[in-house]
Design a protein around this ligand. Structure first.
Ligand SMILES: [Zn+2]
Length: 283
C-alpha cells in the first residue's frame, strides 16, 4: 500500500503540470475504480482550471476553479504517466493508450496526464472544496504528521487511551494520517521501542519523542522520492511509487544497523501485518 511519502512524491511531480493549468478535456474510460465515479465526472472536470494540487493523508486533492475538489487515491498499483510536457523532465510524445488507462486529462497546454491502475483499488471523487474535511474518506482521518496539531502532548494523550500494541496504534489513521506498515516499523526501530509494547504503557516522554522521529522518517522518504523523480529512474515519464532502503522493513534475519547492537531483525505478525524489529535494541 502506498504511504504518505509515495503520495507526496507523486504530488510534487504532478504539481508543476497541473497547478494553474486548464483541463481541456477529461476522458473517463470506465464507470468506476474501487467505487463508482461521481455522476458526470468528465463534464465536471473538462474546462476547469486546477487552482492547487494538495494532499491529505494518502489522497491527492486537486482544487478546481468550479469550487469542487477532485479527490484521487492511487490504490495499490496506480501510476500516473505524464506526457507532452516541455518542462525538461518529460520530453515524451503521447504514448499509445494502455489497457488500464482509466482516466485521461488532456491539459490545454498539450500535457497529458493518465491515471493507470491495473488492480483498480484506486478511487476518484468530486466534492465541494470548502467541505473537503467532511468527505467520507477524509472525515475520520487524524492530524497530518507535519501539522502543528500533531505534537508531543497530542500523541502522548492519544496513545495513553490505546490498549493495543504501539505498532497497531500508529497504524490507526485516526491517530496520525498517512503512516503505514513500512514507516511505522522504521519509526519504532529508530525510537528503540518494541512494536509489541502496549501503547498505553509508554511514558509520555517516550510517546512524545515519536513525533520528531515520525517526521524525520517521512521527510527522508520524501527526499528519496524526490531524488528518484530527478533521476527519473522510475519512468518513462510515469509518476508512481518508489522503494528505498529501509533499516528494518523486509530485512528479516539481517543484522541490526543500530551502532553497537549485535541483534538480528525478526519478523512477527501483528493484526495480520508483518512487523520487523530488533528485539535487542527495541524495548
Ligand atoms: Zn538492534
Amino acid at each position: 500500500m502506498p504511504e504518505l511519502p509515495e503520495v507526496e512524491t507523486v504530488r510534487r511531480g504532478l504539481a508543476p503540470v497541473m497547478e494553474g493549468a486548464v483541463i481541456a478535456r477529461a476522458t473517463v474510460n470506465r464507470p468506476d475504480l474501487r467505487w463508482p465515479f461521481p455522476p458526470g465526472m468528465a463534464d465536471r472536470l473538462s474546462g476547469r482550471r486546477v487552482v492547487r494540487l494538495g494532499r491529505r493523508s494518502k489522497y491527492l486533492l486537486a482544487d478546481l476553479d468550479s469550487g469542487e475538489t477532485l479527490i484521487v487515491h492511487l490504490g495499490m498499483s496506480g501510476r500516473v504517466p505524464v506526457s507532452g510536457v516541455p518542462l525538461g523532465q518529460f520530453h515524451h510524445d503521447h504514448p499509445a493508450p494502455e489497457k488500464h488507462d482509466h482516466v485521461v486529462f488532456d491539459m490545454a497546454d498539450g500535457a497529458r496526464i493518465t491515471f493507470n491502475d491495473p488492480r483498480r483499488f484506486g478511487a476518484m471523487d468530486l466534492w465541494p472544496s470548502d467541505r473537503i474535511e467532511q468527505h467520507w474518506l477524509i472525515e475520520k482521518i487524524g492530524p497530518e504528521p507535519f501539522s502543528n496539531l500533531f505534537n508531543e502532548a497530542y500523541l502522548a494523550a492519544a496513545l495513553k487511551t490505546r490498549k493495543t500494541p504501539i505498532k497497531t496504534a500508529l497504524l490507526e489513521q485516526r491517530i496520525v494520517a498517512g503512516l503505514g506498515n513500512i514507516y511505522v516499523c522504521e519509526t519504532l526501530h529508530r525510537a528503540g521501542i518494541s512494536p509489541r509494547r502496549l501503547a498505553c504503557n509508554l511514558s509520555p516522554r517516550r510517546a512524545g519523542a515519536l513525533v520528531p522521529i515520525i517526521r524525520d522518517v517521512l521527510s527522508e522518504a520524501i527526499e528519496a522520492g524526490g531524488s528518484s523523480l530527478r533521476d527519473h529512474r522510475q519512468t518513462d515519464g510515469a509518476l508512481g511509487y518508489f522503494q528505498h532502503r529501509f533499516r528494518v522493513y523486509d530485512r528479516e534475519t539481517e543484522p541490526c544497523v543500530t551502532p553497537d547492537c549485535r541483534g538480528t531483525i525478526t519478523r512477527i505478525v501483528q493484526s495480520g501485518r508483518s512487523s520487523f524489529y530488533c528485539a535487542q535494541c527495541q524495548r
